[in-house]
Design a protein around this ligand. Sequence first.
Ligand code: FMN
Length: 169
Amino acid sequence: MDFIDLVNKRYSVRAYKSDPVEKVKLLKVLEAARLAPTANNRQPFQIIVIHTKRKKAKLLSIFQREWFVQPPIVICVCGNKDIAWVRNDGRSYLEVDSAIVMDYITLAATDLGLGTCFIAAFDAVNARKVLSLPDEVEPILFTPLGYPDDLPGIKKRKMLKELVRYEHW
Ligand SMILES: Cc1cc2nc3c(=O)[nH]c(=O)nc-3n(C[C@H](O)[C@H](O)[C@H](O)COP(=O)(O)O)c2cc1C
């Protein structure tokens, strides 16, 4: 698929079928994540693949939306604070790296006909507990992964002129 078509096709899916996700598709999605760039190539991320079957109650303690547990898989992208690259003014790029990884996951999934939705508004305390994360590992983003059971809406975006400034020195 043409890259711009792919970017247009991705949307936040908030209704999923329970149909299984083929193993080969999951592996392609994870391979895309593996190839994501990270600051200083530190690769400070961990990807947790959760099969939703029999785990719905625990998952719902992390994010209370029925659609979160409709598909067969939920993915969590975590970042390890001890591994992330830190700029000399103290700014850690852990969240940037993790967001890029999730972006690769969502775009690869879209290319394979799968749906995803970035989720940041989860309960981090419960996520830590349910996933048994050590202190240095931060849960950054979740997404469901499965076949969409809804249709994309119209993309609401600002105009380029509101977002871009051309600097003329
Ligand atoms: C970093 C990030 C965090 C997000 N967190 C949530 C969330 O917690 N819950 C949710 O329903 N959508 C979440 N979204 C989805 C956005 O609301 C969505 O991407 C935006 O409205 C644009 O719509 P689209 O993804 O369909 O193009 C998040 C998106 C991003 C990029």
